[in-house]
Design a binder for this molecule. Structure first.
Ligand SMILES: [Zn+2]
Length: 228
């Protein structure tokens, strides 16, 4: 067992008589009676470390079934998802509502597949538009020039930059707030100069994106629900 203390948020309350530990939103939250000795709290956390680790891990694997909940995250906002039966399979965006038309000719058992396909197509389209525009803007600011912008279905990375200067981005980033996606754009553009993650690379990233550290943490803490 490691004796390293996990990160936690501490709140004191005059109403509390005992210490409460809770795992919520991928974090450990501690409520303690006012005046409680911080060392005592840390000891308790260490004692409960196995329980905490188990629950943190469970929660990091929990997925949100966005389609079933009829809502879709888009750049920090939430779209309502409306499904109607029609003669074709297609999607259309109307304000903050995404309409999905499902053909009545679809087989009943393939409806779910169609829903996922249409929502993915919608996200890919949004991602392509947004990343092209954002790269265009940032490469002027950074005085760089990439070859082209692609949107991909990466499993385990947010973006990439190949040696010919093609930038690729994970479409799931459109489920994050824009300030987070903007960091990934600056990160990949900086690879046009430094193909590694050296100190010089990070200096360049931070020069053009002051949210870099915050955005990386955000992605780590929220990646588990950024999928369909
Ligand atoms: Zn990188």
């Amino acid at each position: 067992m490691s004796s390293e203390l996990p990160a936690y948020q501490l709140k004191f309350s005059a109403k509390r008589r005992s210490i409460q530990l809770k795992i919520q939103a991928g974090q450990l939250w501690v409520s303690a009676p006012t005046g409680c000795d911080p060392q005592f709290i840390q000891q308790l956390i260490l004692q409960k470390k196995d329980w905490i680790d188990k629950h943190l891990q469970q929660q990091s694997q929990e997925r949100t079934d966005w389609i079933a909940q009829r809502r879709l995250p888009l750049f920090g906002d939430t779209l309502a998802l409306k499904i109607v039966e029609d003669s074709v399979n297609q999607f259309s965006l109307d304000g903050d509502c995404l309409w999905l038309q499902l053909s009545h000719r679809n087989k009943a058992q393939s409806q779910q597949k169609w829903l996922e396909k249409l929502v993915t197509e919608f996200y890919l389209q949004q991602a392509q538009l947004w990343f092209e525009q954002q790269v265009h803007q940032d490469q002027q600011r950074m005085q760089l020039q990439c070859r082209s912008v692609r949107v991909c279905n990466f499993k385990a990375k947010w973006g990439s930059c190949d040696s010919s200067g093609v930038l690729s981005f994970n479409w799931r980033l459109v489920m994050a707030p824009q300030w987070v996606a903007r960091y990934v754009v600056v990160h990949e553009l900086a690879h046009l100069v430094h193909m590694d993650h050296s100190k010089a690379f990070w200096t360049l990233v931070e020069r053009f994106n002051s949210d870099a550290a915050k955005a990386r943490l955000w992605l780590k803490q929220n990646q588990h629900w950024m999928r369909l």
